[in-house]
Design a protein around this ligand. Structure first.
Ligand code: FAD
Length: 388
């Protein structure tokens, strides 16, 4: 039977098949036990729960929409629903799964050699190894074509120099997918932890995604064998295609964060009494709830539609931009509005909305900022690329 969910006004769960609903329930139940009770503390302590990684692997959540090499091979909609449940707990958990599955594993699965796939994918899928994806640099974010990290040939080897910034999972990673300029354009390389000259340092003092490891990667004359290069990745289109995979998980994920905020605010408003009645009985509060429920439902409808397009194999990147742009913007609006309903208590870590809102600031910026996605949609409509 469909999930009986008061937040599912439009009965959108009736649009899911049995396997999709099963996956969503299983992930939700697992997290209710293993993550939800601890998440406020992890966020406060800037702690990422590494012990969950093999459990996420066992549940098939790592590279879950990829085929073969120990990956679960479920449809894209199921992957989206898993992201939704992860992000309903915290965007940091969803970010881990997005980077591991859609950036690290997808880059190897799509562009790697057979040996690279055999070496890394089964371990990454099982959560026995962690991956990261280095595209952004200290001086290069929205315009990655101008990256400064370089890989230069030395006989059959490559010598890698440069640095990458804001890299999710960087300090945890056993293998980094690193994008670098070569005389032959942008290429991708797999750099294992421990390679001489490769070091990482974690970024401290974050006010967002605190339950997630974000790092700087440094490459100082790192010597790599020819077999470290991802043979099928040529040009900027390769890393951008990986980001497109991850964005798909995000446009589902943020619906989970928004749902969790709305749930917290509904429950609070029901028990908080002012002027002799529950604040849920005031018209202004109800208008907030109604607007948020409309926005949550339309975001979910959009996510499901894009899931069906992805499963049909017809989705275009500007459609993913529409989803990321709308759903992150709406989720952030919902998180902030829910915070107001909680009044002073809303600024406490005891309640989820401000934690989600702070997390969503990162989600608004990473994987293509909202401004860049706006201009991608603008380009699709007008044929003019205004961002360059
Ligand atoms: P900039 O590109 O400098 O942009 C600054 C502002 O200018 C933004 O508002 C932007 O929209 C605007 N702007 C830039 N160009 C234009 C334009 N042409 N028109 C209009 N406005 C423009 N990167 C990775 O490679 N791997 C990761 O795992 C990863 N994880 C991250 C985790 C976190 C928590 C965060 C915060 C970031 C992460 N990133 C990662 C980096 C992220 O993708 C970049 O921050 C993002 O691409 C923006 O780049 P920037 O920060 O350099 O901002």
């Amino acid at each position: 039977a469909p999930m009986k969910d008061p937040l599912d006004l439009l009965d959108l769960s009736s649009q899911l098949d049995e396997q999709e609903r099963d996956i969503q329930h299983t992930v939700r139940d697992f997290l209710a036990d293993r993550a939800r009770p601890q998440i406020g503390e992890w966020f406060e302590d800037a702690h990422f729960p590494r012990e969950l990684i093999p459990e996420l692997g066992k549940m098939g959540l790592l590279g879950m929409h990829l085929q073969g090499y120990g990956c679960a091979g479920v449809n894209a909609t199921s992957y989206g629903l898993a992201c939704l449940e992860l992000e309903a707990v915290d965007s940091g958990l969803r970010s881990f799964v997005s980077v591991q599955g859609s950036l690290s594993m997808f880059s190897i699965w799509r562009y790697g050699s057979e040996e690279q796939k055999q070496e890394w994918l089964p371990r990454l899928a099982a959560g026995e190894a962690v991956g990261c994806f280095g595209l952004t640099e200290p001086d290069v974010g929205s315009d990655p074509g101008r990256m400064r990290t370089r890989a230069v040939r030395d006989g059959d080897d490559w010598i890698l120099n440069g640095s990458k910034m804001w890299i999710t999972n960087g300090g945890l990673a056993d293998v980094a997918t690193v994008w670098a300029g070569t005389e032959d354009g942008i290429r991708g390389f797999l750099v294992p932890r421990g390679t001489p000259g490769f070091s990482t340092s974690d970024i401290k003092h974050k006010m967002s995604l605190r339950a997630s490891v974000t790092s700087e990667l440094s490459f100082d004359d790192v010597r790599l064998p020819a077999s470290a290069r991802l043979p099928e990745a040529r040009g900027l289109g390769a890393p951008l295609s990986c980001l497109n995979e991850a964005r798909f998980g995000i446009l589902f994920g943020v619906v989970g964060a928004a749902r969790d905020c709305l749930q917290a605010a509904l429950s609070y408003a029901d028990s908080r009494i002012q002027f002799g009645k529950p604040i849920s009985a005031f018209q202004l509060t109800q208008k907030k709830f109604a607007d948020m429920a409309v926005s949550l439902s339309t975001s979910m409808l959009l996510a499901l539609h894009l899931g069906r397009l992805k499963d049909a194999g017809t989705i275009r990147s500007e459609q993913v931009s529409v989803g990321k742009l709308n759903n992150v913007r709406e989720a952030l609006g919902i998180a902030r509005e829910c915070r107001t309903i909680l009044g002073g208590n809303g600024i406490s870590l005891e309640y989820a909305p401000l934690r989600h809102a702070n997390n969503l600031e990162s989600v608004l910026t990473y994987e293509g900022t909202s401004e860049i996605h706006t201009l991608v949609v603008g380009q699709a409509l007008t044929g003019q690329a205004a961002y360059r």
